[in-house]
Each structure stands twice: as C-alpha cells, then as structure tokens.
Design a protein around this ligand. Structure first.
Ligand code: NAD
Length: 425
C-alpha cells in the first residue's frame, strides 16, 4: 500500500491565510472595525481534514488528504469550491474559505464562506480513479455539506463532472434528492445555464466597468491573460468579444504573445484538442512563461494561480489595470508597489465573484425547481456585478484607498452586521 502524505506550507512559502489577515487588519484599521468582530472573522468556524483511502487502477490503495474549511456562516450557509491540486493544504484552504466569505459579502449574496480540496494532481489520475476519489470525499464530508448548510462548487482542477459525482454520492448517502447541495453541476443534472462561463464573465464585466472609470475605450485596449482553464479561457473570449485585443495568453505548459491579437476561438479549440495544454499553439510567438505577466498590455488578467505577482515582478508590470481572475494572485507586499505605480487592481474578491453569483442563481433555481434561460442568468449576473463594482469603487473614493482594501471594507461592513446581529454565546 502506498501512502500520500499531507503537505503543510513550507517555511519559504507565503502563508495565504496570513495574507488574508494582513488585508483584513489593514481594512479594519481604515474602517474602524470592532476588534471583537475582527477576532471572530480571523478564526474559521470549522476545519475538517480527512484521509481518503482509494483503490487505484493498479490494484494498490493510495491515501489522499481531503480538506474542508467553513470560515463563516454569519450571512447564510457557507459556499465555496473544491480544488484538486498538489499544493492543497490546510493553510490554503483556510485562506480561500475566508476569501469566499468576503466575496459573497461583496457580491451581496446570502452566503457565508467555505473551501475544500484534495491534494492530488488530476492530470495523473484516470477518470475512474478521479471518480472514486471524488465519491470518497463526498462520503467523508456528508455531515459537513448540506443544501442549507455548506454548498460546494468547482474550483481549480475540478469541473461539472466532479460535481455530478459528488452530488450523486451525497444523495445516495443521505437518501434525498437535493440538487442544490452542490453548484457548478452540468445542466442536465440541475446546473444553471451560464455557470460555466460565469467567472470569466464577471472578469469581463469588472474590466469594462473599470475601463469606463479610467476613460479608456475597450476597442483601443490590449490585454494579457495568464491561465487558460475555466476562468482564463472564458475571460479571454468574452473580453475579445467586447473588442479588447488579447495580445498574450499562457498556461502551465507555455505562453504566447502576438501584438496583432490572438485568435481566442482558435486557442480554445487548440486546447480542447491538446489535452488542455497551450503548448504547440501557433497563433503567437512563444515567450518565457514568467515574462507573460510583465509583457506589454493595458489590462492584465492573472487567472491561474495564487502568489504570482510578487515583490520581484510587480515593479515590471506594464499594465494600467489588473483584474484578478484567480484567487490570491498578488502577494500583500506587492500591493504597495502596484499602488505606487498607480496600477488599478480589481481584487479577486470582486473580480472573480461572477462564479459564485451564478452558483447562487443555480441554488435558487434548484430550490424553486424552476429554471431560467441563459439571457436571464447573464442579465441578472451583470446587474449584480455592476452594483458590486460600484459599491467597491465608491468605498475606494470614500476611504481614499485601493480597490482591494475598499472591497474588504465593503465585505466587512456587511459581515460586521451579521456577526453583531447573530450575537455570541
Ligand atoms: P482550471 O483548472 O480550469 O485552470 C487553471 C489554469 O491555470 C490552467 O490553464 C492551467 O494550465 C493554468 N496554470 C496552472 N499552473 C500554471 C502556471 N504555473 N503558470 C501558468 N498557468 C498555470 O482552474 P480555474 O477554475 O480556471 O481556476 C483558476 C483560478 O481562478 C484559481 O485561482 C481559482 O481559485 C480561481 N477561481 C475559479 C472560479 C471558477 O468558477 N472556476 C471561481 C472563482 C475563482
């Protein structure tokens, strides 16, 4: 029997939860948040870690570490994705859970925040292995998840396929048919139209709203997108549809630049036929993956990983606007450099809130048993995102602070009410 051990964040790595606390402290100071409320929000409500022994195709058992953190239920049942990646660990899941609380509050959704994950490399497992691991995780989390309790969704390394397996296993174990217990499902099993593209759509809506404030015409603007998975590919496609010229794209396998503009439909087609890898794409010049973020553009969309905009590269970023499709792409120390360079950064908790917004719509449709058409979903999404953007923009002016801290202030203002109104023992 081979065993996979749990990874803890290494000493040299930036603790993501510390990054959350640093921003929370800073926003709390600016808005004069009650120290008791800050204390409550600095401590996640529930942290669950499970070991999942699963039979591999080889006939050998491997043990996978699974996590779920519920950060807050002050504004409603907790909501947050499930990530499959090798660097999943307790610290990361805790940080992502807290961000979900802030994100739902910024988007004005009746949800708290949670996150889960399994430490594995999805590319190294067969579909059968992934199905058994996902089902084992659903059983292990059956007392955590619940349609009015904790509602997962896809994240990095997972998609509607995993959500359908988890839904099925959860329902078999509880004996109920409760489609709303998980969102981001395929449409055939209760998913919402528009959910797949929703996070990229939110990136597009936020980008257009910011460009308007900056008096920039989208048709004269260029963009670079890092990450070409769910968020990055839909964001690139939708930005291109709005007339923005996408000059750079990249993923884990390669990065490409083309000052004349990349044909995004061709890139999406290429990736679909190339096992989700951009490597080999001929629609641009291949550049060093690490150079992509610093290449010439007006708008930069990091939509892959956390901690990619750092002290080392922030000073070399040429974009005027950063729209964070990924969660936590900017380390806290880099914020000061971006602010000094007057680069406007639309933070993750606002920029990528489109996904959870349409997840909320999916949950509402599941509860009602009545389904909306795609135009309806998109229109409601755009409306909610525009309101969220405006609220954060106004707070950035009111408190004379960055969009990131303004988003935290917007979220904490709502969460403070939830914490105070629900009270303590
Ligand atoms: P995904 O797995 O579909 O895609 C991830 C992309 O990142 C892939 O193209 C992959 O090749 C690329 N990537 C991985 N390592 C890289 C590297 N070292 N350099 C460059 N690219 C690399 O994941 P996703 O769902 O698109 O999520 C991306 C980010 O967006 C994550 O931070 C996730 O938490 C966040 N997010 C996702 C959603 C959602 O609805 N999917 C919602 C909110 C936030």
């Amino acid at each position: 029997m081979s065993t996979q051990t749990v990874n803890a964040p290494q000493a040299h790595q930036v603790s993501m939860f510390e990054a959350v606390l640093a921003r929370l402290d800073e926003a709390a100071r600016i808005m004069n948040l009650s120290p008791e409320v800050a204390l409550v929000l600095k401590n996640p409500q529930k942290q669950v870690k499970v070991s999942l022994p699963v039979m591999m195709d080889s006939g050998k058992i491997q043990v996978f570490a699974g996590y779920r953190t519920v950060h807050s239920t002050h504004l409603g049942p907790s909501k947050g994705g499930i990530r499959y990646a090798m660097d999943v660990n307790a610290d990361e899941v805790m940080a992502l859970a807290a961000w979900m609380s802030f994100k739902c509050a910024v988007a004005n959704l009746p949800f708290g925040g949670a996150k889960g994950g399994i430490k594995l490399d999805p590319r190294k497992h067969s579909i059968g292995e992934l199905e058994r691991i996902s089902r084992a995780y659903a059983v292990a989390m059956k007392d955590v998840f619940g349609v009015n309790k904790d509602i997962p969704a896809p994240d990095m390394g997972t998609s509607g396929r995993e959500m359908a397996w988890i839904l099925d296993e959860f329902n078999k174990n509880t004996g109920e048919d409760s489609p709303g217990v998980i969102t981001g499902k395929p449409v055939a099993v209760g998913g919402s139209l528009g959910r797949d593209a929703a996070t990229g759509r939110g990136v597009m809506v936020n980008t257009l709203a910011a460009l308007m404030k900056m008096n920039l015409n989208p048709k004269q603007v260029t963009a670079v997108v890092q990450g070409f998975g769910n968020v990055g590919s839909h964001a690139a496609r939708l930005l291109a549809e709005k007339g923005i010229k996408i000059v750079g794209i990249g993923d884990h396998s390669a990065a490409y630049y083309n000052e004349k503009g990349i044909d995004i439909a061709a890139a999406i087609d290429f990736v679909a036929k190339n096992d989700r890898n951009l490597k080999g794409f001929t629609g641009g010049t291949e550049i060093d993956k690490d150079e992509l973020l610093m290449s010439k553009c007006d708008v930069l969309v990091p939509a892959a990983l956390q901690n990619v905009i750092t002290l080392e590269n922030a000073g070399k970023i040429q974009a005027k606007l950063i729209v964070e499709g990924a969660n936590g792409p900017t380390v806290p120390e880099a914020d000061a450099i971006l602010n000094e360079k007057k680069i406007i950064c639309i933070p993750d908790i606002l920029a990528n809130a489109g996904g959870v917004t349409v997840s909320y719509f999916e949950w509402v449709q599941n509860k009602a048993g009545y389904y909306w058409n795609e135009e309806e979903v998109n229109a409601r999404h755009d409306y909610k995102m525009e309101i969220a953007f405006e609220a954060v923009w106004n707070n950035s002016k009111k408190f004379n602070t960055s969009m990131r801290l303004a988003a935290y202030i917007t979220a904490l203002t709502k969460l403070e009410q939830g914490v105070i109104l629900k009270g303590a023992y």
